[in-house]
Design a protein around this ligand. Structure first.
Ligand SMILES: C[S@@+](CC[C@H](N)C(=O)[O-])C[C@H]1O[C@@H](n2cnc3c(N)ncnc32)[C@H](O)[C@@H]1O
Length: 188
């Protein structure tokens, strides 16, 4: 899926999507009760199927992605939420790219692999008792040309996060789309 680095790929994919949004990620819907009330930082939000679901459920959301087409599309769908929706174009492959952002009650990362350097900064962007919710393809997923081994959530990522977080919930599910992991952390 060229998860990382290919801005043009994502721009053209989002430009081709029609009027309808995709459904929010099943693991997010299932575990929404684990989120703290308040705000969410949605990293690599794309065109915002999860951002919109969170807005619908009363959260204020800041969505970050490098695809301007994805952000533009999300802005259109999210107009009704006014100032509860904030969008920022950011290249998440750059070190310390989150440094201008403040603190949130929750961070969501869905189908994107954050660099180890940036993983180490996530706790600084969560308020007390903040929740980090990560879901996506994990080690064990069968890779192909679109989804490569380096795109998967690795055990080594989890180990980095356990330096600053407690694990609250872990789930591994195999379905017809592949092998999914959901990792939920609480700020220490
Ligand atoms: C598989 S999509 C997931 C989108 C969204 N989280 C969802 O679940 O619908 C991956 C997203 O990562 C974004 N992305 C890829 N590389 C990026 C980078 N270096 N910086 C910021 N966003 C990036 C893409 O633009 C795309 O929106």
């Amino acid at each position: 899926m060229a998860y990382m680095g290919d801005e043009k790929f994502w721009d053209s994919l989002f430009e081709k999507r029609g009027d309808k949004q995709l459904q929010p990620e099943a693991a997010l819907v299932k575990h929404i009760d684990l989120f703290q009330k308040g705000s969410v930082l949605d990293l690599a939000c794309g065109d915002g199927r999860n951002t919109l679901y969170l807005l619908e459920n009363g959260f204020d959301v800041t969505g970050i992605d490098f695809s301007q087409s994805g952000l533009d599309r999300l802005r259109q769908f999210g107009t009704i939420y006014g100032e509860r929706l904030t969008l920022q174009q950011t290249d998440l492959s750059e070190d310390n790219c989150l440094k201008t952002l403040g603190k949130f009650n929750n961070i969501l990362i869905c189908h994107y692999r954050v660099t180890k350097q940036n993983l180490r900064t996530l706790s600084d962007h969560l308020s007390e008792n903040g929740i980090l919710f990560i879901t996506g393809f994990g080690e064990g997923h069968v890779c192909d040309e679109r989804i490569k081994a380096e795109d998967l959530i690795h055990q080594s990522d989890i180990e980095v996060l356990l330096e600053t977080f407690d694990m609250i919930h872990e789930e591994r599910v195999k379905d017809d789309r592949g092998y999914f992991v959901t990792e939920v952390f609480g700020k220490m």
